[in-house]
Write a new protein. Structure first.
Length: 190
């Protein structure tokens, strides 16, 4: 497989290449959704993969500089990040296959009217409550064989993500995850 020469941003190369490969497998009539875009580096890998495969469209959802967004982490609510995300998508040549949505992920998921989702990449609010809310809002829109990726599945930095994934496994909602690149938990619905 020949991978694009794209920066990886906050993800490592193994995770980015896995996202590329997975996006290539999603059928054109299904959606790829990324929750938590930041500067859109992963978005570009997803869209490049989709273009190399069946051509599924990628939606990236992020609140960026909305007034209510994360007062604790100002770097994530700077309008510069939204402009950079748009610039990176255009610069990677994937703009036709990407829709960037400035909104909070939960209301966007609850009101989703796009196609069924064949691949969801959850990298939004890393707290237990935030991650679980993302899951509950987007879960109804997943295809029965959708691939589910939770980024930052690790005890030390983001215990909320790990707690949610482990809980969903224990409840029999998703399969036990495979771990990609040391921190991406990949699962499917049960």
């Amino acid at each position: 497989m020949r991978y694009p020469n794209l920066p990886t941003g906050l993800s490592n190369l193994e995770t980015s290449r896995w996202a590329f490969d997975q996006a290539a497998r999603v059928p054109a009539e299904q959606a790829i959704v990324e929750i938590g875009v930041y500067r859109a580096r992963t978005t570009c890998w997803l869209a490049s993969g989709a273009q190399s495969g069946h051509g599924a469209h990628v939606w990236g959802v992020d609140p960026w500089d909305l007034p209510q967004h994360d007062p604790v982490k100002p770097k994530f609510r700077d309008s510069k990040q939204r402009r950079l995300a748009n610039s990176h998508v255009r610069g990677a040549g994937v703009a036709r296959g990407v829709t960037l949505v400035q909104n909070f992920s939960v209301p966007e998921g609850l009101n989703w009217s796009g196609p069924e989702i064949g691949f969801i990449y959850i990298d939004g609010d890393h707290t237990y409550d935030g991650c679980l809310a993302d899951w509950n809002a987007w879960r109804p829109h997943l295809t029965t064989d959708a691939v589910i990726a939770f980024d930052d599945y690790c005890d030390s930095r983001h215990p909320g993500v790990k707690q949610v994934v482990d809980q969903l496994v224990a409840e029999g909602q998703i399969t036990k995850p495979a771990i990609i690149g040391g921190r991406l938990a990949v699962s499917r619905l049960l």
